[in-house]
Design a binder for this molecule. Structure first.
Ligand code: UD1
Ligand code: CA
Length: 470
């Protein structure tokens, strides 16, 4: 497609009153990503960022900074007087900047996030083939309530006579079952010529973009409709419930994509998998798992129920037992985690290492084959290979003001319930006696004991045993 011939406008200035939320509607997330970012991603399959114009208004600065990295253009609609008024701002933008006006404009709604690239391409193809002034993407959902309704000129013709908003239907009139998706292609000149003619004499007191349809028809210009193949992709998100419906649809689509590539997902409707997650073949995901953000999981892994994995990278053959929480962690081949392990940011777990029950790690490198299996806190530490961290071991990394590093060598045996007061270095092949509180570094091959000696008094308990009164 010739990009100078084609621009895309995304309407994203509205407040989203029906959400009853402080956050602007287009920044609400489905599939772990803001609505507007989904729409921009779809637009990017048709046009370069330089030809995508995002109309912003309500909380404009927040919306702009949330999507600025995509490189799209912004047009400000300071007051939100309706979708027709929003497009008027685009017209003014071209006039005031002197930028070349593209011959065709595709218009997308920032709150219709599931739209697929194939459907947008089909819309463009029909628009060009029919030489229409306006081409409307439509659908016939089971419940059309709330949407603008598309009236066809005659039952089977592609031609449209106009669009009636739900609020403007005469009382008792159910309206046409065919809904306006809020996604259109226009011949730009035909659109721009009519924007000033829009009126706000309607049930919402807004300037409706949809009224351009009957204006064009009355001028003898062609307005046609194309039906989308899938209902979900044209549904809007005006309420939290509608948004969660789209979220479920999107996550199920993600689960289906993964299953099609060889991932086993038991009860996929119970999983929460963000749109950009990647999982290798022959990995098994049990019910009630969450895979969030830019998480990458290799092949032949097992992710057991109730684990939440965020922005983390797992290599192949990794086992995540039940109830683990991972955030920004890296896990190497064949490591075993959990049950109930908590890997905080900067956890880097080596090949075949084990991080077991109720173990918390943060900014830790755990070497190949090392094990911390029970009730341990490892923070700001580097642990070598083949080292065993006993039950209840703690790196005391914080002195109340600063964090300090603990370095533990290869093949070290740290006895249970030891506290390593950082900064401290434990050499290779050392043995730390259970219950030690170490404040000084230990050289290689040493035994370190730091606890009071045991004293045993023979017969004492028998002599002092209380006698039970009857
Ligand atoms: C709109 C359509 C309706 C269609 C529905 C599909 C109109 C008049 N109605 O209704 O026919 O069935 O979408 O989802 O267009 N926006 C602005 N500036 C404004 C007003 C809105 O940028 O002044 C943006 C909103 O942020 C939103 C989009 O335009 O992303 C649609 O606005 P919304 O108020 O949700 O329109 P609907 O009532 O859903
Ligand atoms: Ca809407």
């Amino acid at each position: 497609m010739n990009t100078t011939n084609f621009g895309i406008v995304i309407m994203a200035a509205g407040k989203g009153t029906r959400l009853k939320s402080k956050r602007p509607k287009v920044l609400h997330e489905i599939g772990g990503k803001a609505l507007l970012l989904h729409v921009i991603a779809a637009a990017r399959t048709i046009a370069e960022p330089a030809n995508i114009y995002c109309i912003i208004g309500h909380e404009a600065d927040k919306v702009r900074s949330a999507v600025a990295s995509t490189g799209v253009q912004f047009v400000l609609q300071a007051e939100q007087l309706g979708t027709g008024h929003a497009l008027q701002q685009v017209k003014s933008h071209f006039t005031s900047t002197g930028q070349t006006v593209p011959k065709h404009l595709m218009v997308l709604s920032g709150d219709v996030p599931l739209i697929r690239p194939e459907t947008l391409k089909a819309l463009v193809d029909t628009h060009l083939a029919e030489q229409a002034a306006m081409t409307i993407l439509t659908a016939v959902p089971s419940n059309p309530h709330g949407y603008g309704r598309v009236n066809r000129a005659t039952a089977d013709s592609p031609d449209v006579s106009g669009i009636t908003e739900q609020k403007d239907l005469p009382p008792g009139d159910p309206g046409s079952p065919e809904i306006n998706s809020g996604i259109y292609c226009f011949e730009t000149a035909a659109l721009f010529d009519n924007l000033a003619k829009l009126s706000n004499q309607n049930a919402s007191g807004e300037f409706y973009l949809t009224d351009v349809a009957h204006l064009l028809v009355s001028q003898g210009q062609r307005v046609v409709a194309v039906k989308a193949d899938h209902i979900d992709e044209v549904l809007g998100a005006n309420t939290i419930a509608e948004m969660m419906h789209l979220d479920a649809a999107m996550r199920l689509a993600t689960a289906r994509r993964l299953m099609a590539s060889g991932v086993t997902i038991f009860r996929p409707e119970t999983t929460v998998i963000d749109a950009e997650v990647e999982v290798g073949p022959d990995t098994t995901i049990e019910p009630y798992v969450q895979l969030l953000g830019a998480t990458r999981i290799g092949s032949d892994c097992l992710i057991r129920s109730f684990s939440v994995i965020q922005a983390s990278t797992l290599a192949d053959n990794v086992t995540v037992r039940n109830g683990c929480i991972l955030d920004t962690a890296t896990v190497a081949n064949a490591a075993i985690l959990g049950p109930y392990a908590h890997l905080r940011p900067g956890s880097d777990i080596g090949e075949q290492a084990h991080v077991g029950n109720f173990v918390e790690t943060k900014k830790v490198r755990l070497g190949k084959g090392s094990k911390a299996n029970h009730l341990t806190y490892l923070g700001d530490a580097v642990v070598g290979a083949g080292t065993n961290i006993g039950a209840g071991v703690i790196t005391a990394n914080y002195d109340g003001a600063n964090k300090h590093l603990t370095t533990i060598g290869d093949r070290v045996f740290v006895g249970s319930d030891s506290t390593l007061v950082a900064p401290i270095t434990i050499g290779d092949d050392t043995l730390i006696a259970a219950g030690s509180t170490l404040t000084d570094s230990v050289p290689a091959d040493a035994l370190a004991i730091a606890r009071t000696r045991q004293s045993t008094k023979p017969g004492w308990a028998k002599l002092h045993r209380p006698i039970k009164k009857t």
